[in-house]
Design a protein around this ligand. Structure first.
Ligand code: NAP
Length: 288
């Protein structure tokens, strides 16, 4: 078997066009462009590149983005003061504090301070709680992008045995909640999981978000499974996923490539969340 490709790059381009149309209609109706503020601390090259890619995507969709690039030595108090300013600005609809943050900053504190209406990463406590109780509002971009990719390919997750490797707040946990909401039977694995392979081998759907290059190999995967690779690792200067593409694509029915799978969908969902946040802020500003 050679797996079919879940083409995130192609679908992301389609989502970008949809978002661009929604943004144009908001500009026409309210005279204001949906806008994102990205907050970047320090000079981590991967983060600098992500923020640049996000800003380019906003430009392509006809939306505004501002980047606040702060030195790594910025104090938590100064960062929180910037977040408060951005919360108060009516021309900013989404706030994205880029991770990873320097060690002296607690990312949870930062996400707690972002106005839930502008929390376009969906990582603050209010949006997380909404997801937990099954009434999602702004949903974390990476797992939201994965759900859209599965839907687009006509993969119904209801009743499937889904295994998620990784339990981070940004990917693993919200991924498991979205799959549960879509009626999959979900198992979450992490570094304390015993016999990882026993879990992965019975997965109809396997989502790997561990940050360990080629953690999952062909013999760990059930024949005909759907395999989603979230990992972005640097190996010998090249981007590598958490899944060994060559051996896994011989057993899986569907697989995401790295690059070109989950990554572009994450950015597409950030655009979608920002336009959604902008629309509700513009609508409520008009009614007050
Ligand atoms: P993270 O915060 O480091 O979390 C990694 C998770 O994987 C942890 O829960 C950890 O378990 C688990 N894990 C690590 N090694 C494992 C192993 N050998 N067996 C089982 N579980 C293991 O990472 P993250 O932020 O979720 O990101 C995961 C990966 O996705 C990274 O490569 C990141 O760059 C990538 N990513 C990509 C996108 C995208 O758009 N493509 C977006 C976000 C993240 P413990 O909890 O027990 O430590």
């Amino acid at each position: 078997m050679t797996a079919r490709i879940l083409d995130g790059k192609g679908l992301a381009a389609q989502v970008e066009r949809e978002v661009a149309a929604q943004a144009a209609s908001l500009i026409k109706r309210y005279g204001v462009s949906p806008a994102l503020a990205a907050v970047l601390m320090g000079d981590d090259p991967a983060s600098v590149l992500y923020v640049k890619r996000k800003a380019e995507a906003f430009g392509r969709a006809g939306m505004r983005s501002e980047t606040f690039h702060l030195p790594a030595s910025t104090s938590e108090a100064e960062l929180l003061a910037l977040i408060a300013d951005l919360n108060a600005r009516p021309d900013i609809h989404g706030i994205l504090p880029q991770q990873p943050m320097p060690a002296h900053i607690n990312p949870r504190t930062v996400f707690e301070r972002v106005d839930p209406a502008k929390d376009v990463d969906g990582l603050g406590p209010i949006n997380m709680a909404a997801l937990l109780v099954g009434r999602p509002r702004l949903v974390p971009c990476t797992p939201a992008g994965i759900m859209r990719l599965l839907e687009h390919a006509g993969i119904d997750v209801a009743g499937k045995d889904a295994v998620v490797i990784g339990r981070s707040v940004i990917v693993g946990r919200p991924m498991a909640l979205l799959l549960l909401q879509a009626n999959a039977t979900v198992t979450m694995c992490h570094t304390r999981t015993r016999e990882l392979t026993e879990h992965t081998r019975r997965a109809d759907l396997l989502v790997v978000a561990a940050g360990k290059a080629r953690l999952v190999t062909g013999e760990m995967v059930k024949l005909g499974a759907v395999v989603v690779d979230v990992g972005t690792n640097r190996v010998d200067g090249k981007l590598a996923g958490d899944v060994d593409f060559a051996s896994v694509s011989e057993r899986a029915e569907w697989i995401t490539p790295v690059p070109g799978g989950v990554g572009p969908m994450t950015i597409a969902m950030l655009l979608r969340n920002t336009v959604q946040a902008a629309e509700s802020q513009m609508r409520s500003a008009r009614t007050v």
